[in-house]
Design a protein around this ligand. Structure first.
Ligand SMILES: Nc1ncnc2c1ncn2[C@@H]1O[C@H](COP(=O)(O)OP(=O)(O)O)[C@@H](O)[C@H]1O
Ligand SMILES: [Mg+2]
Length: 241
């Protein structure tokens, strides 16, 4: 295979807490790669290490064949890595369209008219086009989650990291999120997707990594992963945050 992202022995501790511990990751180009694990398993820390928001104690991150372990976040953004946050972070006083334009103009460095066209396309794909002029502050949760995805897409990523975008949504909304993520993948974007909602992790990913105490407990198809005894024991017993 031709991996878009790998990590070798990636390690980050906070005091005595091993948030991510000697983790080897191998994400194939074009796949939806799901990550589950109990609260505190190190999923968000892994994302922070990949984007460069925090530095590892040890190990490396290889993106597109290049060692990017110590590259700054903005550089990684320009290289094609984008993420969403568990708690959406829109610019509250800006409209939906303006929020997405920021990523395109500054994150991607595109001109205004090209950006506007691209952003409208992204809003259409994320189901937000009709709300383009709504102020972000006024949006209900589902729209904020979709805006979070739209903002990440606006930088034109080849690798999209999605951190618990389906949390707090109802089943129909989760299905819509699944559709959006599938459509993103159809365009050739690789998706790394952390989620607690089992239905989403059963249906979305090609492969599923189960993390526990910062390490890999299991990696395989979602069916294999969710059926494995050790995973049921540690994960399903302590599923919710
Ligand atoms: N900035 C930080 N300072 C101290 N401890 C942290 C920090 N970030 C995460 N941790 C700890 O690292 C562990 C993994 O956290 P996190 O990556 O957020 O887990 P997850 O996203 O899987 O719920 C937890 O024990 C958490 O308390
Ligand atoms: Mg988290």
């Amino acid at each position: 295979m031709n991996p878009i992202l790998t990590s070798h022995k990636l390690t980050k501790s906070f005091g005595k807490v091993r948030a991510v511990h000697r983790l080897d990751l191998d994400v194939n180009r074009g796949e939806i790669f799901g990550i589950i694990g109990p609260n505190g398993a190190g999923k968000t820390t892994l994302f922070n290490l990949i984007t460069g928001e925090i530095r590892p104690d040890e190990g490396e991150v290889i993106f597109d064949g290049k060692d990017v372990t110590h590259d700054r976040t903005y550089r990684k953004c320009r290289m094609g890595i984008a993420r969403t946050y568990q708690i959406p972070r829109p610019f509250l006083n800006m409209t939906v369209l303006e929020n997405v334009l920021v990523g395109s103009l500054y994150g991607r460095g595109m001109g205004y008219s090209e950006s506007k066209e691209k952003c409208e396309e992204i809003l259409k794909r994320t189901g937000l086009l009709q709300k383009r002029d709504a102020v972000a502050r006024s949006l209900p949760l589902f729209d904020r989650k979709r805006l979070e995805l739209a903002k990440a897409l606006s930088t034109g990523p080849s690798l999209l990291l999605v951190d618990e975008v389906a949390g707090g949504l109802n089943e129909t909304e989760v299905e819509e999120v699944l559709e959006i993520i599938r459509s993103v993948r159809e365009e050739g974007v690789t998706v790394l997707w952390v989620e607690h909602i089992i239905m989403a992790m059963q249906k979305g990913p090609d492969r599923l990594l189960v993390m526990h105490f910062g390490t890999e407990l299991f990696c395989g198809t979602p069916d294999e992963a969710l059926k494995s005894e050790e995973v049921q024991k540690i994960y399903l017993g302590a599923e919710e945050d």
